[in-house]
Design a protein around this ligand. Structure first.
Ligand SMILES: [Zn+2]
Length: 491
């Protein structure tokens, strides 16, 4: 019998009287010598056995399954498994005779039905122990919550009192927290600015870290500050002292909601990623606040590719104006779109009619050719023409036959293939018209990318080349502009 030594101790075991991994290994090796057990591997794990998914445990089982070992030597069954999945795996492998032996210095085990039963109880007991522990902890927390005492770490501005086990106000931070709520309730600051303000006034987290934007938001949303507590989705009344009035708290919630809405539009620069600078660097955007308090978005070169000749910024409003001019060039009013679609429909029926006639004619010719071929054969059989002549004529007729068959196939299969793209194109032109009248910047960007390429912001002007077929609409040749010629161009 070859054994694998398995030792485990997780950091959570610290308080319990569990041997350290080193001591476990020591004891197990001594035990192995005494019992004359052959050891092929020693595996240690510093992880809890409450959850499945331990690496070394899995490695051990795979070694045994591959026949590299026959049994396991461990300090106690609870070192092997403390959850039903892993316990079940061990028992299953014993059942199938893959694990032939289990040895524990502290626990007697034999692979008999009685032994398995005992083992199951041993694993079960560990599970019971774990469940019990968890339940005790939860029960303790629930009890505390019901008594109005926050059972976890105190939020910013409060302290855990280790003696009374209650939550005290942090006198040093109290006034700063109050000020933070007041400042933000004015609606003039972003969460980021509040986070920077915290840094400036030296307000740090309970673990003495800088307060992030996310933490600022979490603080503003924490009902703990008005004397309530939310635990696992349930709201409880707390015995701790509230720092913020309900009125101020509600105002802050309003500002959060309001800014959350407007920030999305203001800070999500719509046309980023669309344009490049002539110097080949990307165009970036930034928000500026005028002395009047009005905010503007500007687009400019990032200047990340060396010297750049561009000196000016372009305001978003001005950019949108230019974009709308471009959209105008490729836009078709709904009324005209209707007309074109009707024309297309007519074209379609006309084309269908024409195709039908062409195909009919082709088929007629094909039939004639068949007859010709038959006649040719008759003539040849009557020995009117020579074999060479017959072969040459036949070759000619057959070539024509193939040609005809191909053309018929073409007409029947893709005779009207231009119609669908033409219709789509017209609808896109109409979409440009609708977009032009909207303020949907995001869609404008997508559309511009679709209809053009090489978008450049040069000297405060957006320039790009239209892709086909939009170039036909945008740069109509003289005389064509007035007519609804798009489908004709397509054909
Ligand atoms: Zn540049």
């Amino acid at each position: 019998m070859r054994y694998i030594i398995y030792a485990r101790k997780s950091t959570e075991d610290e308080n319990h009287q569990v041997l350290s991994i080193e001591s476990q290994l020591c004891e197990l090796r001594e035990f192995a010598v005494k019992e004359k057990l052959e050891i092929v591997a020693s595996l240690c794990e510093a992880k809890t056995a409450k959850e499945p998914g331990r690496m070394k445990f899995a490695e051990m089982l795979s070694l045994i399954e591959k026949g590299k070992a026959d049994g396991i030597l461990s300090w106690h069954p609870d070192r092997l498994a403390r959850n039903a999945v892993d316990g079940g795996k061990i028992i299953h492998l014993i059942d199938k005779g893959i694990i032939k032996s289990l040895k524990f210095p502290t626990f007697w085990f034999e692979p008999t039905p009685q032994g398995l039963f005992m083992l199951q109880i041993a694993f079960g007991q560990s599970k019971y122990y774990v469940d019990n522990l968890r339940e005790n902890v939860t029960r303790g927390m629930r009890q505390k919550i019901r008594n109005g005492v926050w059972p976890l770490w105190a939020p910013l501005g409060y302290l855990n009192n280790p003696i009374t086990r209650e939550i005290d106000v942090n006198k040093e931070k109290m006034s700063l927290i109050k000020k933070m709520f007041r400042v933000y309730s004015s609606g003039n600051y972003t969460l980021k600015e509040i986070s920077e303000w915290c840094k400036k006034v030296g307000l740090k987290s309970n673990l003495d870290n800088d307060i992030s934007t996310g933490q600022v938001q979490a603080t503003f949303q924490n009902i703990f500050y008005i004397g309530l507590m939310k635990y696992k989705g349930e709201v409880f009344e707390g015995t701790h002292k509230p720092l913020i009035s309900k009125k101020l708290f509600d105002k802050v919630q309003e500002v959060l909601k309001e800014r959350g809405r407007s920030q999305k539009i203001k800070h999500n620069f719509a046309f980023l990623g669309l344009m490049k600078c002539p110097c080949s660097a990307a165009i970036t955007a930034e928000k500026k606040i005028k002395p009047s308090g009005k905010e503007y978005v500007y687009y400019r070169c990032t200047k990340k590719k060396g010297p750049c000749p561009e000196k000016h910024f372009l305001r978003e409003e001005a950019l949108v104006e230019q974009i709308k001019d471009y959209l105008q060039k490729v836009s078709l009013s709904s009324q005209d779109t209707e007309k074109v679609l009707v024309e297309l429909k007519k074209d379609e029926s006309k084309a269908k009619e024409q195709t039908k006639m062409i195909v009919q004619n082709l088929k007629k010719e094909l039939l004639e050719i068949e007859t010709k071929l038959e006649k040719l054969l008759d003539v040849y059989l009557a020995e009117v023409i020579s074999t060479e002549e017959y072969t040459a004529r036949k070759q000619k007729i057959l070539t024509r036959k193939l040609e005809l068959q191909e053309r018929i196939r073409d007409f029947e299969q893709k005779g009207l293939s231009w119609l669908e793209p033409a219709r789509e194109f017209v609808l896109k032109l109409n979409y440009a018209e609708k977009l032009r009248k909207s303020e949907n910047y995001q869609e404008m960007k997508t559309f511009l990318k679709n209809i053009g390429s090489n978008h450049i912001l040069q000297n405060q002007k957006l320039i790009f080349s239209f892709k086909a077929p939009f170039n036909l609409a945008a740069e109509p040749r003289s005389g064509e502009a007035e007519n609804l010629t798009y489908p004709k161009v397509w054909t």
